[in-house]
Design a protein around this ligand. Structure first.
Ligand SMILES: Cc1cc2nc3c(=O)[nH]c(=O)nc-3n(C[C@H](O)[C@H](O)[C@H](O)COP(=O)(O)OP(=O)(O)OC[C@H]3O[C@@H](n4cnc5c(N)ncnc54)[C@H](O)[C@@H]3O)c2cc1C
Length: 383
C-alpha cells in the first residue's frame, strides 16, 4: 500500500477514535435515514452493537495498512458477515452501510478529503462490505437455530441451569460458546457456553448467573420457563485440549460450563492427559457443580479436582448442597489466581481459563510470571 494511503487510513483512525460514540451514532443514523426498516433488525438497546461496531472499524483501519495479517483480516470479516445473518441482514444492506460509512468519513476528514483520500477509503470499505457480503451469501450453515426450554431450575438466588432441546441438530465444537437470544429480550444477543458437548439429540444445557443490573441474564434466571423458545446463532471460541501434554483448567463461577463440557468429552476417551481443574467461587456453598466434577473424577483417574473459595465459610443465606469436605474434594481458600499459582509448577501444562474478565486476566498474568508460556494459555475473548 502506498504511503499516502497508509497515512490517510491512519489519519482516519485517529479521527474516528477522537469521538467514537459520536462516530458510531452518526453512522447508524445515516443508515436508518437511508433505509428506515434497518432499525427493526436491532434490539431496543443498541449499546453492545455500537461498541462492537466501533471495535470492528478500529480493527479494520489498523489492519488494512499493516504490513501483514491480511489473510486474518479477511477471515475476520468473513466471520462477521456470516454472524450478521442472525440479525436478518440482507445483501443490499451492505451498500447502505458502505454509503453511510463513506458519508461519515467524508465529514470527519473535512479538509483532507481529496480525491486520493476518497479513493483509498472507498477501496478499504469496499473490501470490508464485499468480504462480509460474499461470506454471508456463501455460508452453508443456517443463520440461526431454535431450541425449546425443557427444564429450568435455580441453584441459588442468582444462578440457574437451563436445559433445552434444539429443533434441528446444532453444529458447534465442544468448548465453544453460542450466541443466544431469549423471548423476553428479542434481538439482544448474548454469549453463553453449553456445559455439555454437542450431541445428535440436540440437547443443550446452560449455566447462567444473573449479573446485577443485567437485562438478559436476570430475565433467564427469574423469568425463563419450560416451553420458552430460544434462538441460537453462530458458535465461536477455540478452547480445546491437546492430548500430548498435561492440562490445567481454571474455572470461575459459570466459567465452569465450557470446561465441564470438555471434561465430559474427555471422559469418553481412553487417552485423555492428566488434568487438574481448580473450580472457584466466592463462597464454598456456591460451588454448585462439585458433585458432578467428583463423579467424573471417580471414574477417570486422570482428573484431579480442587475446590477454591475466597471465603472459608458460607454466609447464613447460602445453603450448600454438599461441602467440599463432604464430597472428599481438596478445598483451598484464596483467589483462583493465587491458589493455582501457589499449587504447583505449571510450565509444561496447557492451560484453559474460563470465568470473569478480571479472574482470567489475574490468573493469566500470574501464570506467565510463574513461567507458563503465553502461547500455552487459552481463554475465550473477554468483553
Ligand atoms: C465468551 C463468553 C461466554 C459466556 N458464557 C456465559 C455463560 O455460560 N453463563 C453466563 O452466565 N454468562 C456467560 N457470559 C456472559 C454473558 O454473555 C452476558 O455478558 C451476561 O450474562 C450479562 O448479560 P446481561 O444482558 O444480563 O447484561 P447487560 O444488560 O448486557 O449488562 C448490564 C451491566 O452488566 C455489565 N456486564 C455485562 N456482562 C458482564 C459480565 N459477564 N460480568 C460482569 N458484568 C457484566 C455491563 O457492563 C453492564 O454494566 C459469557 C460471556 C462471554 C464473552
Amino acid at each position: 500500500m502506498a504511503s499516502h494511503s497508509r497515512h490517510t487510513l491512519h489519519h482516519l483512525r485517529t479521527a474516528v477514535n477522537r469521538q467514537p460514540d459520536r462516530f458510531v451514532t452518526n453512522v447508524y443514523t445515516r443508515m436508518f435515514a437511508i433505509d428506515p426498516d434497518l432499525r427493526d433488525l436491532f434490539g431496543v438497546s443498541m449499546a453492545a452493537q455500537q461498541i462492537a461496531f466501533h471495535r470492528v472499524i478500529d480493527h479494520v483501519l489498523e489492519a488494512i495498512p499493516a504490513e501483514s495479517g491480511h489473510a486474518d483480516l479477511v477471515e475476520f470479516l468473513a466471520q462477521l458477515g456470516r454472524d450478521h445473518r442472525k440479525f436478518g441482514v440482507e445483501p443490499e444492506h451492505y451498500h447502505v452501510m458502505y454509503t453511510a460509512l463513506m458519508g461519515e468519513f467524508a465529514s470527519l476528514m473535512e479538509g483532507y478529503w481529496d480525491e486520493e483520500a476518497q479513493q483509498t477509503v472507498s477501496q478499504a470499505m469496499m473490501l470490508v462490505t464485499g468480504v462480509m457480503r460474499g461470506a454471508a451469501e456463501t455460508a452453508t450453515h443456517p443463520a440461526r437455530w431454535t431450541a425449546e426450554v425443557v427444564e429450568k431450575y435455580r441453584i441459588s438466588r442468582d444462578l440457574a441451569v437451563v436445559r433445552l432441546i434444539a429443533h434441528a441438530p446444532l453444529t458447534f465444537n465442544v468448548g465453544q460458546y453460542l450466541e443466544v437470544h431469549i423471548p423476553q429480550w428479542p434481538k439482544q444477543w448474548r454469549n453463553f457456553s453449553p456445559s455439555i458437548p454437542p450431541n445428535p439429540a440436540g440437547e443443550l444445557e446452560f449455566h447462567v448467573r444473573a449479573i446485577q443490573g443485567g437485562t438478559v441474564s436476570s430475565a433467564i434466571v427469574s423469568e425463563t420457563s419450560v416451553g420458552d423458545v430460544w434462538t441460537l446463532s453462530q458458535s465461536h471460541g477455540t478452547l480445546h485440549v491437546d492430548r500430548d501434554r498435561p492440562v490445567l483448567m481454571v474455572a470461575g463461577g459459570t466459567g465452569l460450563a465450557p470446561l465441564r463440557a470438555l471434561l465430559i468429552e474427555m471422559s469418553k476417551r481412553a487417552d485423555s492427559p492428566p488434568t487438574h481443574i481448580f473450580y472457584g467461587m466466592r463462597y464454598p456453598g456456591e460451588l454448585y457443580d462439585l458433585s458432578v466434577l467428583r463423579r467424573i473424577a471417580a471414574t477417570n483417574p486422570w482428573l484431579q479436582v480442587t475446590a477454591v473459595s475466597e471465603e472459608e465459610r458460607d454466609p447464613w443465606w447460602i445453603t450448600a448442597v454438599a461441602t467440599p469436605a463432604e464430597l472428599g474434594i481438596d478445598h483451598e481458600i484464596g483467589t483462583l489466581a493465587d491458589v493455582v499459582v501457589g499449587a504447583g509448577n505449571w510450565e509444561d501444562h496447557q492451560v484453559l481459563i474460563a470465568g470473569s474478565a478480571q479472574m482470567i486476566e489475574a490468573t493469566r498474568r500470574k501464570l506467565i510470571i510463574a513461567g507458563v508460556r503465553a502461547s500455552r494459555i487459552q481463554h475465550d475473548p473477554v468483553y
